[in-house]
Write a protein of this length. Structure first.
Length: 106
């Protein structure tokens, strides 16, 4: 999937996210999003993220290329990840997936 600015690439590489020593995501089926001018981001399937550790924050943002994002916090650490619940046309594969600011590859 792609538009003039963004491409999506399915991956099978195992990726994990740890935060303060807690493994909160572990997947072999992320979507790598490449957006001009930004580092690549991996979007994890929700079922591969320990969502019960996260709480929805009050932060929302809008990207004209992806849509509205909601953010999640872990304890006192705010906005460590985000999700496009209803992405814009063409970005539907991102729906409900979770992206983090940092991934740790195993």
């Amino acid at each position: 999937m792609q538009n003039a600015r963004i491409t999506l690439h399915p991956t099978q590489q195992r990726l994990q996210v740890q935060f303060d020593g807690i493994l909160i995501a572990d997947s072999t089926s992320t979507l790598e999003l490449r957006e001009y001018g930004y580092p690549p981001r991996h979007y994890f399937p929700r079922e591969d993220v320990l969502m019960d550790l996260l709480t929805v924050s009050e932060t929302t943002t809008y990207c004209p290329f992806k849509g509205y994002a909601v953010y999640f916090s872990l304890d006192e650490s705010r906005d460590i990840d985000w999700s496009y619940v209803e992405p814009i046309e063409g970005m539907e594969p991102l729906a409900g997936r979770i992206a983090f600011y940092e991934e740790v590859r195993e």
